[in-house]
Design a protein around this ligand. Structure first.
Ligand code: ADP
Length: 546
């Protein structure tokens, strides 16, 4: 911290002020005579040979007294005195007129009316002039001394106020939990706050040029130092995450270190203030969360695979069973058996979708969504999904009306589009309140549009965006099964294909989901890995055109 030079102590006296006398006379002989009379006073004497010269001198100097000859060639003494008295700078200077001739009262009176403090007629007694001059000089010197004392007093008050404010500033820095340093413009650290010293286990006397760098983790030193030196050169604030050793237990804790320049009034860097804030707990919590997310995703991935395998064979067996029941039909129990098999089949299919969704989540979250782009007829995809769901809709007491033109061709991933339409249609059946559902496909030159309209539950406006988030569900659907992943997956796929998916809905009056897809997207945009999802371990997602 900067240490100012101590102000003069209160007992210290200011130097004796010097006084200057201006002598104005157009006769050099008179000037010499006056000089001889006044020089024993020991003050400075300045000579002027005319009124004009006198005024010029007054403009550039400080005078305690003016001796002014009344009769002068260019401008007489009275005129000169009038001009002196008009100027704020010289108005207060006492003037003694000197004259050789005019003794009459009117003249003397005129002299006083022009601001003279005295009027001397030659020949005069040298001692009298000297002692008169000495009185005015004494008055002047006292006045100057007073002014000086006053200035000193103010200076002392200002210094004391500055000391108090520095003290307060220092106490404030010591009370802060961060480690704080101050450095000069060249980067030499000249101040540590108490918490900084305590953290690094240093006493003020132990601190040396390298102390700060010694406290840093060896792996962070080179980079931090390079950054700090670059900051010093450019005057740009510096920020780094660094590990600083805690003296109490010898552990290195993560800190965010910042240094900002202190600028002088002319904009130059006068010094630096650096702080280090402990972010170790925060960093550890982030790390723990990251690990937990990686574990969760690994678990989801493994568990889904494990669940999927027996389920696939179960589905196969159910399908066989169904075929056998149909072939051996005729018995009374056959329709009931068939109904049960169908129920098992539909439940197994639901379970299958659920597991597929879980698998997709871990894939997408890790940035591993794979798209196999090829020429696809969207109308055909939608019709196929429609036929697949006709029975399920009928079982729910609903009807599924599909309105698709002959063909809507584009470059897409067929199975992912199937997945999108499947999710939207199965939601329409689930939340459709057993009312008719309309699915349509349309296109223009550039885009294809799919709409899925149901007449059921509907979605409140404030949920319209939210339901496309991961694990997000509308409050209105809490009595229905579901885990809130279907729409998120839909959005990820549609985003990757360069399209949009939106919903328009009025609660109680159904929902219309609208998917708009460019038919020939320039580029597939892979959803980026989700932060903290073990993305660093992920393979890059890929497109495999066929
Ligand atoms: P879920 O498995 O919960 O159905 P989705 O991601 O498919 O998950 O949907 C997210 C949420 O959006 C649902 O929980 C529901 O609240 C709402 N939702 C989706 N489709 C519809 C719909 N057709 N009608 C009403 N709400 C819907």
């Amino acid at each position: 911290m900067e240490h100012r030079q101590a102000p003069p102590e209160s007992g210290q006296q200011a130097a004796e002020p010097r006084a200057t006398i201006l002598i104005v006379d157009d006769h050099p002989a008179n000037l010499v005579a006056l000089e001889a009379i006044l020089s024993p006073l020991g003050h400075e004497l300045v000579m002027a040979r005319s009124g004009e010269e006198a005024l010029r001198r007054i403009l550039h100097g400080e005078f305690a007294l003016i001796l002014l000859d009344v009769q002068m060639g260019d401008m007489n003494g009275f005129e000169t005195a009038s001009l002196i008295k008009q100027h704020p700078r010289s108005r207060h200077i006492p003037i003694i007129f000197i004259t050789a001739v005019n003794r009459d009262a009117a003249h003397v009176f005129r002299g006083y009316s022009h601001g003279a403090v005295d009027y001397l007629v030659k020949p005069f007694d040298a001692d009298i002039l000297r002692s008169k001059a000495a009185v005015f000089i004494e008055l002047y010197v006292r006045g100057e001394k007073l002014k000086l004392q006053e200035r000193l007093l103010h200076q002392r008050e200002r210094d004391a106020a500055e000391r108090r404010s520095q003290e307060r500033y220092r106490r404030l820095l010591d009370a802060m939990p961060q480690c704080i340093w101050a450095a000069d413009a060249a980067g030499h650290v000249n101040y540590w706050n108490r918490p900084g010293l305590a953290y690094c286990g240093l006493q003020p006397a132990d601190v040396h040029e390298e102390s700060f760098w010694d406290c840093l983790h060896p792996d962070d030193r080179v980079d931090a130092r390079a950054g700090w030196e670059a900051g010093l050169r450019s005057g740009v604030p510096f920020e780094r995450q660094v590990r600083i050793k805690r003296a109490t237990d010898g552990t290195y804790r993560w800190h965010i270190a910042r240094a900002v320049p202190e600028r002088e009034s002319d904009g130059t860097v006068g010094g630096w203030i650096a702080t280090a804030t402990d972010i170790d707990d925060q960093k550890q919590a982030e790390e723990a969360l990251r690990k937990a997310i990686i574990l969760r995703d690994d678990f989801l991935s493994v568990a889904s695979h494990e669940l999927r395998t027996p389920l696939t064979s179960l589905k196969l067996e159910v399908a066989n069973l169904s075929r056998i029941a149909q072939r051996n039909g005729g018995g009374e129990s056959a329709p009931r058996l068939l109904a049960k098999v169908e129920k098992i089949d539909s439940q197994a299919a639901r379970l299958h979708r659920l597991i597929d969704e879980l698998l997709d989540v871990s894939r997408i979250a890790a940035g591993r969504l794979e798209l196999h782009v090829e020429t696809v007829d969207l109308a055909q995809v939608v019709s196929e999904v429609g036929s697949r769901f006709t029975d399920e809709a009928a079982r729910a007491g609903s009807t599924l009306n599909v309105d698709a033109p002959a063909a809507v061709v584009g470059r897409w991933d067929k199975s992912r589009l199937d997945q999108v339409v499947t999710n939207l249609v199965s939601n329409a059946i689930k939340y459709g309140d057993n009312k008719p559902i309309d699915v349509s496909v349309a296109s223009d030159e550039k885009n294809a549009i799919i709409t899925i309209r149901d007449r059921g539950l509907g979605i409140a406006e404030h949920d319209h965006e939210r339901i496309f988030g991961r694990f997000e569900r509308a409050a209105s659907s809490r009595h229905y099964g579901g885990i809130g992943l279907g729409l998120w997956i839909v959005k990820q796929i549609i985003d990757a294909l360069g399209g949009t998916v939106t919903v328009a809905s009025t609660p109680g009056d159904g929902s219309t989901f609208r998917v708009e897809l460019p038919r020939y997207a320039d580029k597939i945009r892979h959803p980026p890995p989700i932060a903290g999802n073990g993305a660093d371990r992920a393979r890059p997602s890929s497109v495999q055109p066929s």
